[in-house]
Design a protein around this ligand. Structure first.
Ligand code: GUN
Length: 178
């Protein structure tokens, strides 16, 4: 899998974060939710924060209180795991490093084919990409999750995807605070 083309922002202290201009806050945290910097705009207005976990909670709350249509758009903003964007080197730096950390850049030909099959089945059933917080999983549990979540109802699957997105966002926030 090609390496990330852009780098992640260097972590800042809570004191520094609490006094950033709104624009600088969005530059710093704009990648926390995939291709969705509007949530960083909402989180900026919730300052001051007492901890990195509070910042992560602000992102989670902004997503939970958004409209169902916006939540679906956020799920759909995620690239497929080991998908076309990964092969073409078009992932965000956050997604590229997450996918690499779970070993998704070193799949055997059989594993790669199985991933493509699961991704397609997923899109066909739910009209969504399979989103999982890969840093909290192993390659094996990522595969198992895809197979078992395929039997979810659409409502269960939307809730599962939003839960995983809140976990992804939390880890991305923790990386950006020192
Ligand atoms: N889990 C962590 N990052 C990602 C991502 O970019 N895409 C998907 N589908 N799941 C993820």
């Amino acid at each position: 899998m090609p390496q990330p083309s852009a780098s992640l922002p260097a972590a800042l202290s809570l004191t520094e974060i609490n006094v950033l201009t709104p624009g600088a806050f969005v530059s710093h945290f704009g990648g926390v939710l995939e291709h969705s910097p509007q949530y960083a705009q909402a989180a900026a207005a919730q300052r001051p924060f007492a901890s990195a976990e509070d910042i992560a909670s602000a992102f989670g709350a902004a997503v939970q209180s958004d409209t169902p249509a916006a939540q679906l758009a956020l799920i759909r903003a995620h690239p497929d795991l080991a998908g076309k964007a990964a092969l073409a080197g078009e992932l965000t730096p956050e997604s590229a490093s997450e996918q690499a950390s779970a070993g998704l850049g070193q799949l055997s030909a059989e594993e790669f084919a199985e991933f493509q099959r699961l991704n397609s089945a997923y899109h066909e059933k739910f009209g969504l990409p399979y989103v999982v917080c890969v840093r909290e999983h192993t390659k094996t549990s990522i595969f198992e999750g895809a197979r078992s979540r395929l039997s979810n109802t659409p409502e269960q699957e939307r809730a599962a995807a939003l839960f995983e997105i809140s976990r992804i966002a939390r880890l991305r926030v923790l990386d950006l605070v020192r």
